[in-house]
Ligand binder design. Structure first.
Ligand SMILES: *[C@@H]1O[C@H](CO)[C@@H](O)[C@H](O)[C@H]1NC(C)=O
Ligand SMILES: *[C@@H]1O[C@H](CO)[C@@H](O)[C@H](O)[C@H]1NC(C)=O
Ligand SMILES: *[C@@H]1O[C@H](CO)[C@@H](O)[C@H](O)[C@H]1NC(C)=O
Ligand SMILES: *[C@@H]1O[C@H](CO)[C@@H](O)[C@H](O)[C@H]1NC(C)=O
Ligand SMILES: *[C@@H]1O[C@H](CO)[C@@H](O)[C@H](O)[C@H]1NC(C)=O
Ligand SMILES: *[C@@H]1O[C@H](CO)[C@@H](O)[C@H](O)[C@H]1NC(C)=O
Ligand SMILES: *[C@@H]1O[C@H](CO)[C@@H](O)[C@H](O)[C@H]1NC(C)=O
Ligand SMILES: *[C@@H]1O[C@H](CO)[C@@H](O)[C@H](O)[C@H]1NC(C)=O
Ligand SMILES: *[C@@H]1O[C@H](CO)[C@@H](O)[C@H](O)[C@H]1NC(C)=O
Ligand SMILES: *[C@@H]1O[C@H](CO)[C@@H](O)[C@H](O)[C@H]1NC(C)=O
Ligand SMILES: *[C@@H]1O[C@H](CO)[C@@H](O)[C@H](O)[C@H]1NC(C)=O
Ligand SMILES: *[C@@H]1O[C@H](CO)[C@@H](O)[C@H](O)[C@H]1NC(C)=O
Length: 529
């Protein structure tokens, strides 16, 4: 049986002890009083800091285990393939897992790992690679990983190294990487190409780029400018962003603030009106509010667009499945036609609404964010493994004898059952806990972490699995993306870790850091909000 949410239990309890007290002999009284006692017992257990410490320590153990497996076998390469204990280089052989792990090792205070990564980063040559470079991935993983390391080591975690030159190297390497990438923006509109070849300074010839690929550069490139004093990096990303903030033609903004996906690289014009918060579009919306958190004095254009998008999302994309109207998912759209399907990737949405609501002082966005978090928890709570699927649907047209019972019980059915070690559900649990203080979200995160650890752990690491609703996750896909280190481990840890300046601000305090889309905390530049 599904438990009602804590807020419902609290409401029920206040009825018991406040206004409408049934007689003590009444079964309703017994049931509500029991629920309330369980609730209070649970709260006192979870707020007990030793439970938090044990959970944080268990996550740190899992991170250290995976780090040792990767570094022993694949030092200098991008990823460990944990089933075969071999290495693979989908990220240009610059050591993606190490760079992505740095900010997590820092927030966990793992000094030996930090030292190993700093020594390694100094040896990377970002100026050359024979393989195709993806601007978006390289920016969010490598550039942000190093800039975050720089911010944390120059700031609150300066005690984790005594090697000042290693810290300076992080910034120098970020600049070297950006200098190598910047030819991507050399197009007639300034919209970058996403697929690049360093050897001949060309690209794959694509005539379009996607919304998220264009709109998830501004935070990192602007921060590099703000740290180096050279405005050229930020200017490149901001120029590309102007086309997204002032979209043309009007018909490809089917709802105010909600735009299409593919943009013509030669003139910056949107080519369709298909979109929403799914993969491909997702982090464009995410960064609209994060730019405002980064510098509220410079980026109110961005928050204005986020507010338009958020209001339209609540008004048009809110979707309550017919079999479980208590759940909230986000539909996507093709022009103004809705599609009742969503993704694990989309589950960052709850956290993003919570962040927006918290910095703008908008309880309605916070409440909507919590409804989305609750829907994404249902994905995890409904499967055999306790982990949510890659893609799911609540389109009644697709309900058949194979998925009918599942759909009726859970409000969705699985259309792609794999789990790729994605972080978005954990990420939204993290924002929900930081912003409400409700320990239920810590419990949800812990259950998810235990399930991920139990199902995906293999060899010297963790692997993507083929089926979240099969015993033992079906089979191992032998893939350990670097975001396991950057995101899954970090959010799983920080939700139980002591408060600190780099954590997302709790209700009533202000954000000194903002997490990029790969969970690398970057120091805010403007007046904190
Ligand atoms: C570094 O500083 C942080 C924050 O003050 C503290 O929690 C941590 O214990 C320190 N770590 C080391 C290795 O000194
Ligand atoms: C400091 O870091 C640099 C890499 O930036 C490394 O080459 C050097 O050996 C380190 N120095 C010490 C004393 O560890
Ligand atoms: C930009 O592209 C033009 C040709 O389209 C080329 O002449 C110029 O050198 C390029 N500039 C940079 C900085 O790559
Ligand atoms: C540039 O290099 C890439 C990768 O080596 C190659 O596929 C592409 O055809 C080259 N483009 C040009 C214009 O030479
Ligand atoms: C932000 O808004 C200001 C004032 O409306 C405008 O001048 C500026 O071009 C806008 N910036 C972008 C990136 O659209
Ligand atoms: C992209 O814009 C150019 C003009 O700059 C135009 O020639 C081309 O047809 C456009 N592409 C599409 C697919 O509309
Ligand atoms: C969306 O609308 C445009 C014009 O309003 C139309 O040309 C296009 O075919 C529509 N796209 C789809 C997928 O229906
Ligand atoms: C449901 O799926 C059908 C195809 O099976 C599709 O035509 C329809 O547009 C979908 N509707 C929604 C709301 O997802
Ligand atoms: C579903 O959630 C409940 C309450 O949080 C929990 O007891 C149960 O173990 C969860 N089930 C799964 C499969 O995660
Ligand atoms: C899509 O979801 C909406 C609820 O938001 C529902 O009204 C509609 O019937 C659903 N359509 C299909 C085809 O499942
Ligand atoms: C934030 O704090 C204020 C004042 O204490 C309180 O009224 C509000 O409910 C809190 N919001 C959340 C989401 O906890
Ligand atoms: C993770 O899995 C390992 C190996 O089975 C186990 O020793 C450890 O206790 C697990 N951690 C958690 C938090 O479940």
């Amino acid at each position: 049986m599904r438990l009602p949410s804590l807020s419902l239990l609290s409401a029920a309890a206040s009825v018991v002890f406040g206004f409408r007290l049934p007689a003590p002999g009444n079964p309703e009284y017994q049931s509500l009083a029991l629920k309330d006692r369980a609730l209070r017992a649970r709260q006192s257990r979870v707020t007990d800091s030793t439970v938090e410490q044990q959970r944080a320590a268990a996550v740190k153990d899992a991170f250290t285990f995976a780090w040792n497996g990767y570094f022993t076998t694949c030092k200098g390469q991008d990823e460990l393939e944990p089933v075969t204990n071999t290495c693979t280089n989908p990220r240009n052989n610059w050591g993606a897992s190490a760079v992505d792990a740095l900010s997590t090792a820092l927030v966990m205070g793992s000094q030996p790992i930090v030292t190993d990564i700093l020594d390694y980063i100094a040896t990377i040559d970002y100026t050359t690679t024979a393989t195709e470079v993806i601007l978006f991935e390289t920016t969010i993983r490598y550039m942000a990983g190093m800039l975050s390391g720089y911010d944390l080591l120059e700031g609150p975690l300066s005690n984790l190294t005594t090697n000042a030159s290693a810290v300076d190297t992080l910034l120098a390497q970020s600049k070297s990487l950006a200098d190598s990438l910047s030819f991507a923006f050399n197009t007639s509109s300034g919209i970058p190409s996403n697929h690049l070849y360093f050897t001949n300074q060309t690209n794959d010839g694509a005539t379009t780029n996607g919304l998220a690929d264009i709109g998830t550069l501004c935070l990192e490139w602007q921060h590099l400018s703000d740290l180096t004093g050279d405005p050229s990096y930020g200017d490149l990303a901001q120029k590309a962003e102007t086309y997204l903030l002032n979209p043309l033609p009007e018909s490809n903004e089917p709802f105010p603030g909600l735009v299409g996906t593919n943009v013509n690289i030669s003139n910056g014009v949107f080519l369709d009106a298909t979109g929403g918060w799914n993969g491909g579009d997702d982090s464009f919306y995410e960064y609209l509010i994060k730019m405002y958190v980064y510098d509220s004095s410079r980026y109110s254009n961005y928050s204005d667009r986020w507010i338009m998008a958020a209001d339209s999302t609540i008004k048009y994309l809110t979707s309550n499945p017919a079999s479980r109207p208590d759940l909230t998912f986000l539909a996507s759209y093709v022009n103004t036609t809705f599609v009742n399907s969503s993704e694990h990737l989309t589950c960052f949405d709850g956290g993003n609404f919570l962040l927006g609501g918290s910095v703008l002082g908008r309880q309605d966005y916070i409440d909507f964010g919590l409804a989305l978090v609750n829907g994404c928890h249902d994905l995890y709570n409904s499967t055999l493994t306790g982990i949510g699927p890659e893609i799911f649907s609540w389109n009644t047209t697709g309900v058949d004898s194979t998925n009918e019972a599942f759909y009726h019980a859970n409000g969705f059915y699985i259309t792609d059952p794999l789990y790729d070690l994605r972080p978005e559900v954990m990420e939204s649990f993290y924002y929900a806990y930081r912003i409400t203080g409700n320990t239920m979200y810590q419990d949800w995160a812990w259950n998810a972490f235990v399930a991920i650890n139990a199902t995906t752990r293999v060899g010297q690491g963790f692997s993507a699995i083929s089926d979240v609703d099969a015993a033992n996750g079906g089979s191992f896909d032998n893939v350990q993306e670097s975001f396991l280190f950057a995101e899954v481990m970090k959010y799983s840890y920080l939700i139980h870790a002591p408060d600190s300046i780099f954590q997302v601000a709790s209700n009533g305090t202000k954000n000194q850091f903002v997490f990029n889309t790969e969970a690398h905390p970057l120091k805010v530049f403007g007046p904190p909000v």
